[in-house]
Design a protein. Structure first.
Length: 134
C-alpha cells in the first residue's frame, strides 16, 4: 500500500472553548473518511483563568469511554493565571504520539478531574499529519 501524498496539518483545534472545571469527554476533531491522522503532539491555549486553585487532569484518545489510548492522566503545566492567552505545554510523560488514528474516528479530550477555580477555559490543539488510508 503506497502513500501517494501526505497532507501536513499544523494543528487541529477544538471547535469551542472547553470548560476544564467540568469532567467528561469532548470531541476535538474527527478524521475524514479515507484519511488517517498521525498526531505528533498537543498543547492547551488558555482563554480565561480566574480564581485558579488546582489543575485539571485529562486523557486524550479515541477509545470509549476512557479516551486514554493517546495519553492518560495528563496535566497542564505550567498552569496559572499568567498563562491566559498563551499556549501552555502539557505533561507528555505517558503520551502516545505518532500512532495512527483511523479514518472516520473521533479524537477526544476526557477531563477526569476538573480544575478548581472561578473560570478555567481553553482550547486544545493537536498537530500532526494526514495520510491516505489505502
Amino acid at each position: 500500500n503506497a502513500i501517494n501524498h501526505v497532507d501536513l496539518v499544523l494543528h487541529k483545534t477544538s471547535p469551542a472553548d472547553i470548560d476544564f472545571k467540568t469532567t467528561g469527554a469532548t470531541t476535538i476533531f474527527s478524521t475524514p473518511a479515507g484519511l488517517a491522522f498521525i498526531p505528533m503532539g498537543w498543547g492547551i491555549y488558555l482563554t480565561s483563568v480566574s480564581g485558579f486553585l488546582t489543575v485539571p487532569v485529562y486523557n486524550l484518545g479515541t477509545n470509549a469511554a476512557a479516551y486514554d489510548n493517546y495519553g492518560d492522566n495528563l496535566i497542564i503545566f505550567p498552569f496559572d493565571t499568567s498563562n491566559t492567552g498563551s499556549i501552555t505545554t502539557t505533561s507528555e510523560a505517558s503520551a502516545n504520539t505518532g500512532d495512527y488514528i483511523p479514518p472516520s474516528t473521533d479524537f477526544k479530550i476526557n477531563i477526569t478531574a476538573g480544575a478548581t477555580g472561578t473560570t478555567v477555559t481553553g482550547r486544545v490543539f493537536i498537530y500532526g499529519f494526514y495520510v491516505p488510508d489505502n
